[in-house]
Ligand binder design. Structure first.
Ligand code: C2O
Ligand code: CU
Length: 584
């Protein structure tokens, strides 16, 4: 079982247990009169007891799988569960004549275990003594209220007591979310001196953003597009070119910018509104000017209201060639536009023996699965960096995180080759149908030839715990996607100095995948889940941190400025999972 599925089982159990106790408590309360209710109460309590004990197994399994937060479960959930067991089990084994005693005990067990779930789901990380105390206080308050209403009065008021107790617990539970850690952050507006002189442009492009409709799958769908097309015009350059891209906004009310995803441009042209520039409003323009000195496959997209903007079509491909192209070189930017998958399937004849490079790009917010059938292929590059010594692969799928890219290369055989995305054909060299669903996925951490890590010390180390939690700091409460328990703009900046070697430890405590993306730098993968990366050095700008994953990555701080560091599932970024890396 993966850590992710263990976490799911543990979560289900941790909810079932208090539900069982509370049901038992409620039924026992009503059961003072009716014998049938009494049996139901004891059945529910018995189930809750077994489920609570089962939780010991899931927590132990999680600890053994290296789950970072097993200790927190042990510190908070275990004592509360133990208290629940101590109070409720004797009532179950030796039921007293006054069932109201059992009712209070069962309800107490329910409050205790519910408090543990609240701490896990609402407060999240980091757990502290204060949070534990508040949880205990909540349980005590809820039990006291219940006792007053149930323990000494006729049974009809018992159910009301249970509700009142639960409400008291909730109030305290909510308090526990607000109390720890003061909001520290205000959005920053730092200005950095303009980009260094990059020379006279050798390529001039104008991108005009406007609303439009585009034809997909024989339907007209509304879109926001650069130059009327989705994706926008493909920008192709050769290393050494100087790009001058003029962005115009015709009528996108929210404004637009251009971010060069994976391209480590100077900070002034990184395209992050409110940080490196202002959003370009209707009628305005902004000129991006930078030297193309990194070869590889990249993409560009708006960074203003990027969740809706990118989804509606404000993105395009950027490819920088190291040298003139030989053979066939195609880009496959995958996107979902109004529910329709792009691109439409394309076919071309390719003479046997021709070298082919397919540049796969995932511009959606979730992972896509690619499969190339009909020829052995190599993964030649990931996120724009060449893979060292990748061996030929067959019947192997390649997973791309949101924002990620991979270049697949092969020599065209005499027979057809087909590329599938999530089972759908997107590119082929002839008629073929292949079943690719059962292929295992390539693990890039074990692919290609390793070389020594170029860093011997780390000047700065940051831990990012990705999670969900209540964020009550804005006008309206929201269930935010959080980093270290806080949501944008409340997450403190990561501050570095030029030339620092920086290490990130990124841990996913939540139940969903977070494709992590740092602007302005590529990070070298050191390890995942405690296992050192053993393949070609992987310099990534986008990587999937799956539930339960612990990634260690490092980079040299060599590109001064203020850089976004966020989840590239753009709705998550929008819901708080965004912070900044700032040079002191
Ligand atoms: Cu492609 Cu800040 O994003
Ligand atoms: Cu995310």
């Amino acid at each position: 079982m993966t850590t992710g599925s263990l976490l799911t089982v543990d979560l289900v159990i941790s909810i079932l247990a208090p539900a069982g106790w509370l049901a038992a408590g409620g039924a026992a309360a009503g059961g003072a009169a009716a014998g049938g209710r009494r049996r139901i109460a004891f059945a529910a309590a018995g189930t809750a007891l077994l489920v609570t004990i089962a939780r010991a197994i899931t927590i132990t399994a999680l600890a053994r799988a290296g789950w970072w937060f097993a200790a927190e479960k042990v510190l908070i959930a275990a004592p509360l569960s133990l208290a629940a067991l101590l109070a409720a089990a004797p009532r179950l084994v030796r039921p007293s004549r006054d069932i109201r005693l059992a009712a209070v005990a069962f309800l107490f067990a329910g409050y205790a275990e519910a408090a543990a779930v609240l701490v896990t789901l609402l407060h999240g990380y980091p757990a502290s003594a204060g949070v534990a105390l508040l949880a205990v206080a909540g349980v005590a308050a809820a039990t006291a209220v219940t006792w007053r209403l149930v323990g000494t009065r006729p049974s009809r008021t018992v159910v009301r007591g249970a509700f009142a107790g639960a409400a008291a617990a909730l109030v305290v539970g909510t308090g526990l979310v607000v109390a720890p850690g003061a909001a520290s952050g205000v959005p920053h507006h730092h200005d950095y001196p303009g980009a260094p002189a990059v020379g006279a442009p050798t390529e001039r492009i104008t991108l005009t953003a406007a609303t439009t409709t585009v034809r997909v799958d024989d339907r007209d769908v509304p879109a926001w597009a650069f130059n009327g097309q989705v994706p926008g015009p493909e920008i192709t350059a050769t290393v050494g070119d100087v790009l001058e891209v003029t962005l115009r906004n015709q009528n996108i009310g929210k404004g637009v910018t251009l971010h060069w995803h994976g391209y480590d441009v100077p900070n002034g042209v990184d395209g992050v509104p409110g940080v490196t520039q202002d959003a370009v409003l209707p009628g305005q323009q902004f000129v991006y000017h930078f030297r193309a000195d990194q070869a590889g496959t990249y993409w560009y997209h708006t960074h203003e209201a990027s969740d809706v903007g990118v989804r509606m079509g404000l993105y395009g491909v950027l490819v920088v060639h190291p040298a003139p192209v030989t053979g066939i070189d195609r880009t496959v930017p995958v996107h979902t536009l109004a529910g329709h998958p792009l691109p439409a399937p394309g076919t071309e004849r390719v003479a046997a023996g021709t070298p082919v490079r397919l540049r796969l790009i995932n511009t959606d917010s979730t992972t896509h699965r690619y499969a190339l059938a009909g020829a052995p292929f190599r993964v030649a590059a990931i996120d724009g960096s060449d893979v060292r010594g990748g061996t030929p692969l067959t019947d192997t799928a390649v997973l791309l995180p949101a924002g990620g890219r991979a270049d697949l290369t092969f020599t065209a055989p005499a027979t057809p080759v087909g590329l599938y995305v999530d089972g759908r054909a997107v590119y082929s060299t002839g008629r073929l149908s292949a079943a690719t669903a059962s292929w295992p996925a390539l693990d890039p951490l074990t692919y290609g030839t390793p070389s020594a890590v170029p860093f011997t010390r780390y000047d700065r180390e940051f831990t990012l715990v990705l999670d969900r939690g209540l964020d009550l700091r804005g006008l309206l409460p929201r269930y935010a996607h959080t980093v270290n328990g806080a949501a944008y703009p409340g997450i403190p900046d990561e501050v570095v100095h030029v030339n620092d070697v920086v290490k990130f430890t990124i841990v996913n405590r939540s139940a969903v995948v977070h494709p992590w993306h740092l602007h302005g730098h590529h990070v070298l993968v050191l390890s995942r889940n405690g296992r050192p990366a053993g393949g070609s050095p992987l310099w990534l700008d986008s990587f999937d941190v799956r539930p339960g994953d612990v990634w260690e990555v490092a980079f040299r701080a060599d590109n001064p400025g203020m850089w976004a560091n966020h989840c590239h599932n753009l709705p998550h970024a929008d819901a708080g999972m965004m912070l900044h890396l700032r040079y002191a």
